[in-house]
Design a protein. Structure first.
Length: 419
């Protein structure tokens, strides 16, 4: 039996990981020690919950949602009053006080590490926001963000895992686990509970099996066009079920709020969203694995997905232009999951021993790969490129991918040459 206690602050190879993001699974971080090559990988399994353990998961997730929303609203009031937000330590103190109070005493029936993790997550969400990486933390909604994490205090025995305050629960071993377990997290998504383990693997220094390099252009009409001339159509998971979801939401609106049927319908909608997310994940994983396996160097455009998907509404003084069109485009961009695709390519290249470059995509759609002529008129249509100088004609997205690859080559040469 392996005991997993207090592994949260494990350090190795000079690199310390004390937690990992739940959303970006499989999760990997890497460290290049002097000779050994260690990677961290995430394995996620679905738990075989029964009525009582399932109910406990719902309770834990509910407590986390309560704590998260409560602190968020306190901090909002503080910011209006011009007082700095509560620090992690202050939030912990407040939590301890709540647990002793009569009103919120029920919180003490939830494992303390679960609630503490929730506070840490909120603290990190604020830190990311302050650093300008993400939007401010949002209120959590029931059925929408039902999860909790417990980074420590559980044991593993074969296909059974012992969770704090829940006991032994079996899980579906969908793939064998290898490496040394460093920590674990329990979560709930929709109807199901999940357990995820972060393991450490030692690998010989990887040498990428392929020698080819590829440029990739990401787009709306074509999800990814490669410089080899491959066109990968988008999945558009959301578009396909959008109508179904709208119909379900209309039906929900006609129901009596908080009734049994209303709750059932809420759950159905949440399940549909989870299915969409799974489809998208699967699509991106397949494409990124294939691309990473076949190419030692991948060059991608350095798109600021966050900036591109920023709402076009603008402010009261400066109303945005083409709000409706931009909203449609935003939805398409987020639906495509470009950011997720890029992260997947990044860590898969690290595992394979390959390389990944991001280049500035300026003029990549207007430059002729044959003669180098740059003109807006080169792009005849959305999908057609035709050079006005030499007459070279090809698919516009593939041309962009070729230019991206050329930029990547130039950047590598510049990096290698002495100054
Ligand atoms: Zn040309």
């Amino acid at each position: 039996m392996r005991l997993l206690t207090n592994l949260e602050s494990a350090t190795f190879g000079g690199y310390s990981t004390n937690r990992w993001t739940w959303s970006s699974s499989p999760l990997a971080s890497t460290s290049r020690a002097s000779k050994s090559w260690q990677i961290r990988k995430g394995y996620k399994y679905r738990l075989k919950t029964n009525r009582s353990t399932g109910a406990q998961f719902i309770r834990f997730a509910g407590a986390c949602r309560f704590v998260w929303n409560k602190l968020l609203s306190i901090n909002e009031h503080r910011s209006v009053a011009g007082v700095p937000r509560l620090s992690y330590a202050q939030a912990c103190e407040l939590l301890a006080w709540w647990k002793q109070s009569e009103e919120y005493g029920w919180l003490s029936q939830v494992p303390s590490q679960v609630l503490q993790q929730c506070l840490k997550d909120l603290d990190r969400a604020y830190a990311h926001c302050v650093a300008g990486r993400t939007a401010p933390p949002q209120y959590r909604k029931k059925f929408r963000s039902d999860s909790f994490r417990s980074p420590q205090g559980f044991k593993l025995d074969g296909r059974m895992v012992s969770l704090p305050m829940v006991g032994w629960v079996e899980f579906w071993e969908s793939r064998p686990l290898d490496g040394t377990i460093k920590n674990g997290t329990v979560s709930r998504q929709g109807r199901h509970g999940f357990v995820a383990f972060q393991v450490e693997l030692e690998l010989p220094d990887p040498v990428h099996p392929a020698t080819a390099a590829v440029g990739i252009d990401l787009g709306i009409a074509t999800f990814a066009a490669t410089s080899d001339g491959d066109l990968h159509p988008p999945l558009n998971a959301y578009r396909r079920v959008e109508k179904k979801k709208a119909r379900m939401q209309r039906r929900l609106a006609g129901m009596v709020k908080y009734s049994c049927n209303w709750k059932k319908q809420q759950r159905r909608i949440a399940q549909l969203e989870i299915r969409i997310a799974h489809c998208r994940h699967d699509f991106l994983h397949k494409l990124s694995t294939e691309t990473s396996k076949n190419h030692a160097v991948i060059v991608i455009e350095d798109l600021q997905v966050r900036n591109m998907s920023r709402s076009a509404k603008g402010t009261m003084d400066e109303p945005g232009k083409q709000v409706a069109q931009k909203a449609g485009l935003n939805k398409a961009i987020l639906d495509q999951g470009w950011g997720m695709f890029r992260r997947m390519l990044e860590y898969k290249q690290v595992w394979q021993g390959g390389e990944m470059l991001a280049v500035n995509p300026r003029y990549t759609s207007q430059t002729c790969p044959e003669c180098g002529h740059v003109a807006k008129a080169n792009r005849v249509q959305q999908a057609l490129f035709s050079c006005v100088a030499c007459g070279y004609t090809y698919h516009a997205d593939v041309v962009a991918a070729k230019n991206i690859l050329a930029l990547g080559h130039r950047e590598r040469l510049n990096a290698c040459s002495p100054r």
